[in-house]
Ligand binder design. Structure first.
Ligand SMILES: NC(=O)c1ccc[n+]([C@@H]2O[C@H](COP(=O)([O-])OP(=O)(O)OC[C@H]3O[C@@H](n4cnc5c(N)ncnc54)[C@H](O)[C@@H]3O)[C@@H](O)[C@H]2O)c1
Ligand SMILES: [Zn+2]
Ligand SMILES: [Zn+2]
Length: 366
């Protein structure tokens, strides 16, 4: 099969022929139909990610069709449509059995090292082992993944849209729906209008928020936020907190969401949350070693801070539900797809992202 290989950090990905061995116990072979290009792929490709390794096949926002299953696979069959999950759901571990978290404990250690759960890889090049990335490696025509990391979705859903639910969109939706559990009639502020922030805006709208104020640095992105349900928009700056407090009768917002990865903005999100019950949900990933500054008095007077990984979504249950809501017309996915590219053009996908040209480039596999 053909795949985009990260050979060397900071260099363009190389499209190469690789071998992919058959799925083993509890695994499935998936033919990719579409895959989004995300910041996390670029972050690893650039070499900035301290836990990155090479060679590997990047990509994690995949959607495709099951072509074969290994022994013991019960929840998937050949022909099923699936979305890939970097955050699995084994349905057995202590975290999967608890409704307070989506952080499945099943395969973390091996996945972080680049291996499938049994500690080996299915990717090979002339006999040399190539490691997997995020347990997904979806910049490729095919991938082998554990059954517990594949969400079976409605076969009528177009896979070029469904793939966006593999990462940022579900993260934003889930931050509002699962983590913050936004109440009807409330005021929400979303910092950042990338894939995650726009998903959070949509999530606040689905929860029935009355006011959704979106803050970003780009007018184009704020326009997209209006399309997702933002009732007001603001260009971010030093005085954002002041402006939000003023706009909310001197109190601040019931819910704030941070989706920028900037710790100064995380601080603004905490400070813009209302006294007594304001909840700031942090979804952005900060740089290594960075810390978030909070004046403790803000907490004593009732503000709370929550973090959200993959929007608190238990992937095998939650992603198919989101796809159903998309199919029902509740979530408008099309505006997020700014470019459609081929696997050979994956490096162009990175360039478009660096230029902040659109929200997502989606690779379509012919
Ligand atoms: N928690 C998770 O599971 C998870 C999953 C995916 C991504 N993320 C993280 O979420 C963050 C957002 O991801 P994304 O794909 O939407 O990124 P993105 O770069 O597309 O969007 C970030 C947005 O923040 C805006 N921004 C930057 N500085 C700002 C400021 N001072 N005030 C207001 N807005 C500002 C930018 O203009 C941009 O539109 C990243 O840190 C990413 O790593 C987290
Ligand atoms: Zn992603
Ligand atoms: Zn689990």
């Amino acid at each position: 099969m053909r795949a985009a290989v990260l050979e060397e950090f900071g260099k363009p990905l190389a499209i190469q022929e690789l071998e992919l061995t058959d799925p083993k116990e509890g695994e499935a072979l998936v033919r990719l139909v579409a895959c989004g290009v995300c910041h996390t792929d670029l972050y690893t490709a650039s070499g900035v990610d301290p836990s990155g390794y090479a060679p590997t096949v990047l990509g994690h926002e995949g959607a495709g069709v099951v072509e074969a299953v290994g022994p013991g696979v019960e929840s998937l069959a050949v022909g099923d449509h699936v979305v890939t999950l970097f955050s699995p759901q084994c349905r057995k571990c202590v975290h999967c059995l608890d409704d307070r978290t989506n952080l499945c404990l099943a395969i973390r250690e091996q996945q972080n090292k680049g291996y499938l759960p049994d500690g080996t890889t299915r990717l090979k090049r002339d006999g040399e082992e190539i490691r997997h990335f995020m347990g997904t490696s979806t910049f490729a025509e095919y991938t082998v993944m554990p059954e517990i990391a594949l969400a079976k979705v409605n076969p009528d859903a177009p896979l070029d849209r469904a793939c966006l639910f593999a990462c940022g969109l579900s993260t934003g939706l889930g931050a509002a729906i699962n983590t913050a559990k936004v109440r009807e009639g409330t005021t929400c502020v979303v910092f950042g209008a990338g894939m995650v922030g726009l998903g959070a805006v949509a999530g606040c709208r689905l929860q029935g928020a009355e006011r959704i104020i979106c803050v970003d640095l780009s007018d184009d992105r704020l326009e997209l936020a209006r399309g997702q349900g933002a009732t007001e928009t603001m260009i971010g700056g030093e005085d954002t907190v002041e402006k939000i407090v003023e706009e909310t009768g001197g109190f601040g917002a019931d819910y704030t969401f941070e989706a920028t990865g900037n710790v100064k903005v995380m601080q603004q999100a905490v400070e813009a949350a209302r006294m007594a019950w304001g909840l700031a949900t942090v979804a952005g990933v900060a740089g290594k070693g960075e810390t978030l500054d909070i004046v403790p008095r803000l907490l004593i007077t009732g503000r709370r801070v929550a973090g959200s990984s993959f929007g608190g979504v238990k992937g095998r249950d939650g992603v198919p539900e989101f796809v159903e809501r998309y199919m029902a017309g509740d979530i408008d996915v099309d505006p997020f797809i700014s470019h459609r590219i081929t696997l050979d053009e994956v490096n162009r996908g990175f360039e478009l992202m660096e230029a902040q040209d659109g929200i997502r480039s989606v690779i379509e596999f012919g």
